[in-house]
Design a protein around this ligand. Structure first.
Ligand code: SAM
Length: 265
């Protein structure tokens, strides 16, 4: 297959889907595109390019395929600011411990953001027990999460002090999460469609930007599965563009509806 045709397809992706290909490794884009080409029976980049240009449904599917693991440190910063200013201090002061589940953690930026915020918050209180469970379906993403090594550009939402305290620069110019944060997180593989929680007595579940492929019923089942896993008044945090359906409104009440933070009823 001709590389020039792949470059044309990349232009289509940038213009039509608004995805900046420069943010990703070329290999990553090729793998995702090739997987869509297999599914749609297109053998050449050129044919697939024409197909994407003419088919709105395929544009959506390709967008999803390309962004499936996309995440970053402090994604939607406002919600982390709210957790840091109000929610974490409330839980920690009341209980002296906190258990959180980052469900659909992809390559780990979300649970490490939580660990980093909480570590800085409780710096002097050594007796506070924090456990962060972090799970994903995708083993490859989980491996990256456990390794905890990131390119400089993915740290753009962190300040110099946070980078200095929580990362070590590697010989090849990347940044590795320090052991004190890695030690706060338990990574494991888990399918959110399995109907089972990984644990109970959770003070908070974050499940953000995970359900793009889920049907309405699967989304509702997820909210129902989380409910008994949370402590009384426990927190459920959804993604910015995700919605709590009427069907499960009797299980949760808004704590901050704009930031999609809910309390178990
Ligand atoms: C876009 S990332 C979201 C990462 C992070 N929560 C965030 O908001 O930045 C979506 C993740 O959900 C995971 N995922 C999709 N379906 C899943 C399932 N059934 N069970 C567990 N994880 C799933 C994908 O593997 C992917 O890593």
């Amino acid at each position: 297959m001709k590389d020039s045709d792949f470059q044309i397809l990349k232009k289509t992706i940038e213009k039509l889907l608004g995805i900046q290909c420069g943010c990703y490794k070329e290999d990553y884009i090729k793998r995702r595109v090739l997987s869509r080409m297999r599914i749609t029976g297109k053998e050449h980049y050129k044919d697939y390019n024409s197909f994407v240009l003419s088919d709105i449904k395929e544009q959506e599917l390709l967008r999803n395929a390309l962004t499936i693991n996309v995440t970053k440190f402090y994604r939607d910063k406002e919600v982390f600011d709210l957790l840091k200013a109000e929610v974490f201090p409330k839980i920690i002061n009341a209980k002296g411990r906190m258990r959180i589940w980052s469900a659909g953690c992809a390559t780990g930026e979300e649970p490490y953001t939580l660990a980093l915020i909480i570590h800085d918050l409780i710096r002097l209180k050594t007796d506070v027990q924090i456990t962060i469970f972090a799970t994903d379906l995708d083993r490859e993403a989980l491996k990256k999460a456990k390794d905890g090594i990131y390119e400089k550009r993915s740290l753009e939402n962190l300040n110099e002090g946070q980078i200095r305290r929580h990362f070590t620069e590697t010989e090849d110019g990347r940044f590795e999460i320090k052991p004190h944060l890695k030690g706060m997180i338990r990574f494991s593989q888990h399918d959110l469609m399995s109907g089972k929680s990984i644990t109970n007595y959770l003070d908070m579940i974050l499940c953000r930007n995970v359900t793009i492929y889920f049907t309405e019923e699967q989304k509702n089942d997820l909210a129902r599965m989380f409910h008994p896993a949370l402590v009384a008044k426990g927190f459920y945090v959804m993604g910015k563009t995700e919605f709590m359906s009427r069907e499960v409104e009797d299980l949760y009440e808004p704590y901050n509806a704009i930031q999609k933070v809910y309390n178990k009823k």
